[in-house]
Design a protein around this ligand. Structure first.
Ligand SMILES: Nc1ncnc2c1ncn2[C@@H]1O[C@H](COP(=O)(O)OP(=O)(O)OP(=O)(O)O)[C@@H](O)[C@H]1O
Ligand SMILES: [Mg+2]
Length: 561
């Protein structure tokens, strides 16, 4: 095979040449020049060998020595140059100008017809090789530039991402600061209003008292009696106002009792329907077995009424008013974003409407006393100030979500009452029995959670859904409980992040000892913090906190199925 004849003549890093020796005479003529240039030469005697050698050795120059320039030489030239970085020198002693033109068109870089002048041959070879070297260097430089450009584009992108991230953080910080300022302002206003109202109440008491004495003393026919009556009526209106200011300033006398918000809403609903009229539909979504709160019933009714009256005003053309309740656990993330709220189990009351909504500017002043967008004589602007005072006096928090044309939703979180003995449990028990009957024999769940209030609420959720619960406040307690009740426990429901041992480690210990044990994790941490801890991997059941009873019951059923 001719390919075997392809052999290097020098093992240095000189520029390489594939030489197609088509004509013996021209080859001999080129030899001295090639030698003088100290080139790395591979020789081939036919086109396929030349192509194979070029493919394998990636030379800088191909010298095609042919007896005559014609289509076979042109084809080879084309194929050699295709997709490859090399120069082609054609050598032929017979070539008329037209054929030379064709050769150039097929990609030849030079054509040598005079093979007698060694100096000229050397010069042309050098020139071609210089050209090749320059192209190579250019290409390397281009490659480097392309690489640098790609790096720059990447860094630019990273920079842009970082900037966007920073802007987002700054905006969030700004929003939090803004929220804190607004809350401080309302708090300060509350203190002022409460103080003034308190003193003013005493003054009004004196004014109204003397009016009464005057009216009685004057007798029915006295000419100034009507003037005194007018003073009394104005004084009575002022009393209503001071009472509202007292409520806003949390100075209202309160008779807190443990009560069920569902009951409060249910008992009010007939009256609320009358207030909102027929064009507005009242929808209630009350969570079964709702936790209890400690609050003043009259105040809660006042709060609901004020919110409902506002919703009605926002829906002059009709719409839907929704009252919802739910058990929720507020986590650290929520508290960070909702300044003034506290972590832990709460009862949520949400009042939402499909009305005209409000813009950001209105929302900023919403809870300030005397802030109203209603015309003179139509609203005092005390409705939400009173709601705010009541919520705060009950140690809760209130949040609004609204946009023009998009309706409004008020979320009120009241802390779950720790007074569990006072639970009006008849309704909840009935519900629990119903659910457990539907689920067949009650399954036993090992609940592990280090925070007592969260554990307590979760246990109630589970019991309300008809499960038997064994509760542990730590992993070691859980291991002991499991040891003693191994044949009963069907599900381990555990918090992930706990001191000493993680829920993940606990699960692997218990499942090793008890392969059929199902596992459900709960956590208040964002899913990405848990990533890597194995918890959010597919096949592992996970429930983010806060959850409602309904969501928990569904998840447990799913895991046990
Ligand atoms: N559900 C709602 N939809 C749209 N805007 C609302 C809603 N609730 C309150 N607002 C806006 O907040 C303002 C303040 O409400 P607030 O209840 O404190 O006073 P008011 O309703 O104007 O007067 P008052 O309650 O004393 O009759 C309202 O004027 C209105 O602009
Ligand atoms: Mg109002």
């Amino acid at each position: 095979m001719v390919g075997d004849e392809a052999q290097p003549t020098a093992a240095t890093e000189q520029l390489g040449v594939v030489l197609l020796a088509g004509g013996r005479a021209s080859l001999d003529a080129l030899a001295p020049a090639i030698k003088s240039l100290d080139l790395f030469v591979l020789t081939a005697h036919d086109a396929p060998t030349a192509l194979a050698s070029a493919a394998e050795n990636n030379p800088d120059l191909a010298i095609l020595c042919v007896d005559s320039l014609g289509p076979p030489a042109f084809d080879l030239c084309k194929q050699l140059r295709e997709g490859r970085d090399l120069a082609v020198l054609m050598v032929s002693t017979s070539a008329d100008p037209e054929v030379k033109v064709q050769a150039f068109e097929c990609g030849a870089n030079d054509i040598l017809t005079d093979t007698t002048n060694e100096a000229l041959i050397s010069a042309r070879l050098r020139s071609l090789l210089r050209y090749r070297k320059a192209v190579r260097e250019l290409r390397a430089a281009y490659h480097l530039v392309a690489q640098r450009t790609a790096q720059l584009v990447k860094s630019n992108e990273e920079l842009r991402r970082e900037m966007a991230e920073r802007q987002k953080t700054e905006a969030a910080l700004h929003a939090t600061e803004e929220m804190a300022r607004r809350i401080q302002k309302v708090e300060a206003l509350g203190q002022l209003a409460g103080g003034v109202a308190h003193d003013f109440n005493n003054i009004l008491f004196v004014i109204l008292g003397y009016c009464e004495i005057l009216e009685v003393g004057m007798g029915p026919a006295a000419p100034l009696r009507d003037a005194v009556r007018q003073i009394r009526l104005a004084g009575e209106r002022a009393t209503v106002l001071t009472r509202q200011l007292l409520a806003f300033g949390r100075r209202q006398t309160m008779q807190p009792k443990v009560l069920d918000l569902n009951e409060v809403v249910e008992e009010m609903s007939a009256m609320l329907k009358r207030i909102i009229g027929e064009d507005i539909e009242l929808v209630t979504a009350l969570a079964p077995g709702l936790g209890l709160v400690k609050a003043d019933r009259v105040q809660l009714e006042q709060m609901i009424l004020n919110l409902v009256v506002n919703a009605r005003a926002a829906m002059p053309g009709g719409g839907t008013l929704k009252l919802e309740t739910a058990d929720v656990i507020l986590d650290e993330g929520f508290v960070r974003q909702h300044i003034g709220s506290r972590p832990g189990p709460h009862v949520l009351l949400a009042v939402s409407d499909t009305g005209k909504g409000m813009d950001a500017a209105t929302q900023v002043h919403l809870f300030e006393p005397f802030f109203t967008t209603k015309g003179p004589g139509e609203g005092t602007g005390m409705g939400l100030a009173v709601v705010y005072g009541i919520v705060k006096q009950s140690e809760g928090s209130i949040w609004v979500e609204s946009a023009p044309g998009k309706g409004t939703r008020f979320d009120i979180y009241l802390p779950l009452s720790g007074d569990l003995a006072a639970r009006s449990s008849a309704r909840m028990q009935a519900l629990g029995i119903r659910e457990s009957a539907a689920a067949g024999e009650a399954a036993t769940i090992l609940l592990v959670e280090d925070e007592a209030p969260v554990r307590e609420l979760t246990r109630r959720f589970l019991e309300n859904s008809g499960y038997n619960v064994l509760e542990a406040g730590s992993c070691s307690e859980a291991v002991l409980l499991h040891e003693r009740n191994r044949e009963k426990v069907r599900l381990l429901f555990t918090d992930v992040v706990m001191p000493k041992m993680s829920g993940r480690d606990l699960a692997s210990i218990l499942t090793r000892a008890h392969p059929g044990l199902k596992v459900l994790f709960m956590s208040g941490y964002a899913a990405d913090i848990l990533r890597g801890s194995g918890v959010t991997e597919p096949g592992v059941a996970f429930l983010p906190k806060p959850f409602t009873q309904e969501v928990l019951a569904r998840k447990v059923r799913e895991v046990l199925a």
